[in-house]
Structures are given as structure tokens and as C-alpha cells.
Design a protein around this ligand. Structure first.
Ligand code: FBP
Length: 554
């Protein structure tokens, strides 16, 4: 494979570590805080995690700790959707292990959790690892969405770990994968082994965060990639002045990506799903709001605009949320029967007959394509696959219909031509920004330290991230601390709670402060491409979300 000049240059990039981690490996000491509680449902979560519940927060600082130099055998998986920086988590983990003891071994299990179940792995070497330093993608070992769920699967993972004489398994994943990591940590102890499990917070969606996990890795690069593309479209729209661009952005349920991209690019409208839910806005209200904005801009001679749509919007519109919940339960309880139905008509008739009257009406009002998408396969965690639902096209169609209605009543005289875009896959495998390259390498190195200090059921954490890396603090957060009970496949399950956009948080308030101006008056901002080399104010800035949340935005 011929390497691009940037790839060659990125091989030479040396990721920055928090200061406590960059010195002598025997001089990194661990301190503990207070015992912790789960986010909610404490009794239920505690009962399910009797061995790992309530552990204290761990922090690394400078101090003598020669014990980390023991020889270790560690396995690692990448789980779920790609996120820029995954390779650096593995290189950081590898370098930590080898720095502490050159005889330690790191195994990469192939294709996500199924690699652990089926014992398919590679043993990393220096030359193997070096090809992936500071690069995007998950192709180093691949990823997958298999969930370790059944007794047989848990037993198979244990057999793999025993066979390979693993001291620990590192799970690089999002909220569902780290819920799995917590269950695995508990299972290993319950089976009388001392095999440890450490999680690493990955997801471009940005919804795996709390006071100690300030951001999940990949969010920074993905948002900067989408913001570059949106900025380019803004400029095109402002040049051609003839299209309304409806841009759907990945992020699954949470609107963090849409919000960050809105702050970066200042579109005419940015829908935030969490606000739609809080205000109980119906689909027709959303359509009406957009149509009125198209009209207002058109009256100023601006027949163009930019609308950002979060991927998960459909799930937050009250009537759609009820419909989706009913569909989820229905499909979980009639999986076999439904799978045997041959075509859309049969599936639709089957589902329609089992919905409540109000949901059946909502379902019937949707275009056939959207109905089919809403009945499509759930992901392995029982979630509807929102990336497969064409919300942006649905909105263009409905806004167009509304404007035609307004035109026939004489209240709209302008033009409306909608173009649909969906940005998701474009950003998940980009070269990690300096921020993600440094953060991920630090997370991997910290995962090694958590293992070397004998911890299990922890999530690797780096804090104070809105500051330069010389102020970063590394440590670990007990996975049970982030949990609550939720319904999955129709049953109550312990899960890590998704962090959605907070409507009283600083990033959303910043949007609210400005959006009326951005709506009618063209105010686009052009972030441009991610820069890897050059002045720090261009290359090393965190997201506006992080800067606003941490109060460092100037
Ligand atoms: P993770 O939560 O696994 O990190 O995945 C994020 C994501 O990119 C979502 O934004 C999106 O809805 C989903 O993955 C798409 O899944 P797939 O890669 O299976 O198409």
C-alpha cells in the first residue's frame, strides 16, 4: 500500500501524555477517593454487581510504584462503531505494557467481542503496531457489535482468557460495550478467577460522559470533520443561493454532534432532539417551524439555508417515541413470527394490527419507506438503527408539502428546493486530531496502569481535558458508577446511562443565545479542515462543547 505524505508524517507524531505518566514507569503511584454509588437504582445495580459495585475513583500521580513492572498478558478488543483514535488507544496500551516489562504480551482479538468468544486473535509486535500509530480507522483488528450475552458466550470468553493465560481484557467501546465490560468483570470474579477487565470510553456520539469522563474519544475528530464539510456546504449555499441543505448528523440518540457542529458553523436551524422531547414538539410542529423559517428567509430574498438534523430525532418526537417503544416491544416478543413474514405488506399488516390505536394512526401517516425503516432489524442491543432512517428526506418532503399548502393560501411566494445529506461514516475513520491522538494514547497507557495496579471493572479516564495536556489527570472510574436500570428487549437490565444534551448546560445555552440571529440572518462560520501541524490555536483546540462545559472558552 502506498502511503500518503500525511500518513508518513503522522507516524512520526509523538502523542502527549499527562505529566504524571510521562516519566519513569516505576514512579506512577495510584491514589483512591471515596467509595462510589451507581447513578440510580442503587439496590438493583448493587445486587447484580456484588463483587465490583461501589469501588472508589482512582487517580495516578507521581510516586514510587515498582509493582507495575510485572510481566502481563493482556487482550484487547475494539467494539461497536469506528471512532478516530482507536488505534492510538492500542498503541498507548502496548507502549505502557512494553515500557514496564518488555516480556509482556498484547493480543488483539479480531472483529470485536466475537473475536473473544471464538478466540481469534493476533499477537502485537513492534512492527505491526508501528503501522497504525496516529492513524484513523479500526482496521488494526476490526470491530463488531456482537454482545456477550448468553451463559455460553460468557463461558467461551472465560475459556479464551484461560487458554491464552490473560491477566486482563481491555474493552474499547461505547455505553453498551462498556456495560458488557462491567458484566464481564463481575463474571470473572464470580467464577473465582482474577482476570481483570478495563473499559475505554469510545464513541463519536459523545454520549459516554460524566464529571470524570469529560468526553468520549473520537467526538473531537468526527465533529471537526463534519463541521468542515458543513462549513463548505454553507459557503456553497451562500454562493449558489438556490438550495436548502438538510444535513443529518450521526450521534444515535444524543444530539451532541449536531450541537457542536451548529456552534462551529452557525446554520439557520439546528434541531436538538432533547429539546424537542422536553417541549413535546410534534412532527407537524417541527415541520411548521422550518417552513416558517424558509418563508422568513425567502421574504428577505434568501432562497437557501442550512438545517442540521440529529440522527436520533425521530425517537424524541413524542408520538414517534411511543410508536418506536411499541414497535421495539412488539418485535422483541414476536421475533420469530415477524421474521417469517415475506414482504413489506405482510409485515406492515402484522405490526399495524398489534399497535395501539394512536400509534397505528401515526404509523399509517408515515411514507412507506420510513415505515419499512422503522420495522428494520434492531441492533444487538435492541435499539432501533436510527442511522438507517431517512429523517432528513422525510423533513424535506413534509416541509415541501407544507410550503405548497402555504403557497396555495397565498402566504408563501418564494422557492424551496431541498437537498439531503447524511454525515456519519465520513468522520469515523479520519486521522485523529492532535487532541484525539493525545487523548487516546493517554487512555491506552492509563488502561495499562489500571491493569498493572490490579484494578477491574474500571473505565480508563483522563480529566481536565479543556486544558493543555500538561494539566491532564489520568485515572479510572468504576463502571458501576455510571449505571442504572433500563428496559432492553422488554426486560429490566443494568446499563450505562447515555449522557444526552443537557438543556441547562453551557453548550446548549450558547446555541439558544445565538440561534434567532443565525436563523434569519446568514451568519455562517467556516471551520476548515483539521490541521495537524502549525500554531497551537489552530491545531490543538478542544471542541467548543468541551471548552464551554469546562468554562475555558474565551
Ligand atoms: P458506537 O455507539 O458504537 O460508537 O457507534 C456510533 C455510531 O456511529 C452512531 O453514531 C450510529 O448511529 C451507529 O454507530 C451506526 O452504526 P453502524 O456502524 O452499525 O452502521
Amino acid at each position: 500500500m502506498e502511503l500518503s505524505p500525511l500518513q508518513i508524517a503522522r507516524y512520526g507524531y509523538v502523542p502527549k501524555l499527562p505529566p504524571a505518566l510521562s516519566g519513569d514507569i516505576g514512579q506512577i503511584a495510584l491514589t483512591f477517593g471515596e467509595a462510589t454509588e451507581s447513578l440510580a437504582d442503587q439496590q438493583a445495580v448493587k445486587a447484580l454487581f456484588s463483587h465490583t459495585y461501589g469501588k472508589p475513583i482512582a487517580t495516578f500521580g507521581v510516586g514510587s510504584n515498582e509493582g507495575v513492572k510485572k510481566e502481563l498478558r493482556v487482550g484487547v478488543i475494539l467494539s461497536g462503531g469506528q471512532a478516530p483514535g482507536g488505534h492510538n488507544v492500542i498503541t498507548g496500551l502496548y507502549d505502557g505494557l512494553k515500557k514496564a516489562n518488555p516480556n509482556s504480551l498484547l493480543f488483539g482479538f479480531l472483529g470485536g467481542p466475537s473475536g473473544l468468544i471464538d478466540d481469534k486473535a493476533v499477537e502485537f509486535t513492534d512492527s505491526y503496531i508501528d503501522e497504525f500509530r496516529n492513524t484513523g480507522g479500526f482496521d488494526i483488528i476490526g470491530s463488531g457489535r456482537t454482545k456477550i450475552e448468553t451463559d455460553e458466550q460468557f463461558a467461551a470468553v472465560l475459556q479464551t482468557a484461560i487458554k491464552r493465560r490473560l491477566n486482563a481484557v481491555v474493552v474499547i467501546g461505547g455505553d453498551d460495550s462498556n456495560t458488557n465490560a462491567a458484566l464481564l468483570a463481575e463474571y470473572f470474579i464470580a467464577q473465582g478467577t482474577d482476570i481483570q477487565v478495563i473499559g475505554v470510553p469510545k464513541t463519536i456520539d459523545g454520549d459516554l460522559k460524566n464529571e470524570y469522563i469529560e468526553t468520549s474519544f473520537g467526538f473531537d475528530t468526527a465533529c471537526k470533520t463534519y463541521a468542515e464539510l458543513i462549513g463548505n456546504i454553507c459557503r456553497d449555499a451562500n454562493s449558489a443561493k438556490k438550495y436548502w441543505h438538510f444535513i443529518k448528523l450521526m450521534g444515535r440518540s444524543a444530539s451532541h454532534i449536531a450541537l457542536e457542529c451548529a456552534l462551529q458553523t452557525r446554520p439557520n436551524i439546528a434541531i436538538i432532539s432533547e429539546e424537542v422531547e422536553a417541549k413535546k414538539q410534534s412532527l407537524s410542529e417541527i415541520v411548521e417551524t422550518i417552513a416558517n423559517l424558509v418563508k422568513a428567509r425567502s421574504e428577505q430574498g434568501e432562497q437557501f439555508g442550512i438545517a442540521l438534523i440529529p440522527e436520533g430525532l425521530i425517537e424524541f418526537i413524542p408520538e414517534m417515541k411511543i410508536l418506536i417503544a411499541e414497535l421495539n416491544d412488539l418485535l422483541a416478543h414476536h421475533e420469530q413470527e415477524f421474521a417469517e413474514l415475506k414482504n413489506f405488506e405482510a409485515q406492515y399488516a402484522f405490526v399495524h394490527g398489534k399497535l395501539t390505536n394512536s400509534s397505528a394512526q401515526v404509523f399509517a401517516s408515515l411514507p412507506q419507506g420510513i415505515r419499512a425503516q422503522l420495522m428494520a432489524d434492531r441492533d444487538p442491543h435492541g435499539n432501533v438503527q436510527v442511522s438507517l432512517i431517512d429523517t432528513e428526506k422525510l423533513l424535506i418532503q413534509m416541509v415541501g408539502e407544507k410550503l405548497s399548502q402555504m403557497r396555495s393560501q397565498g402566504s408563501f411566494k418564494g422557492k424551496f428546493s431541498g437537498l439531503a445529506h447524511f454525515f456519519g461514516y465520513e468522520g469515523r475513520c479520519a486521522f485523529p486530531s492532535n487532541f484525539d491522538a493525545d487523548y487516546c494514547y493517554s487512555l491506552g497507557f492509563t488502561a495499562f496502569l489500571l491493569i498493572a495496579n490490579g484494578l477491574t471493572g474500571y473505565l480508563s479516564s483522563v480529566r481536565n481535558m479543556a486544558q493543555p495536556s500538561q494539566d491532564w489527570i489520568a485515572g479510572g472510574i468504576p463502571l458501576t458508577m455510571m449505571m442504572n436500570m433500563e428496559k432492553r428487549h422488554g426486560k429490566d437490565k443494568p446499563v450505562i446511562k447515555k449522557a444526552l444534551v443537557e438543556l441547562d448546560g453551557a453548550p446548549f445555552r450558547e446555541l439558544v443565545k445565538n440561534r434567532e440571529t443565525w436563523a434569519v440572518k446568514t451568519s455562517f462560520r467556516f471551520p476548515g479542515a483539521i490541521q495537524y501541524y502549525g500554531p497551537t490555536e489552530v491545531c490543538d483546540q478542544p471542541t467548543l462543547t468541551l471548552a464551554l462545559e469546562q468554562g475555558t472558552k474565551k
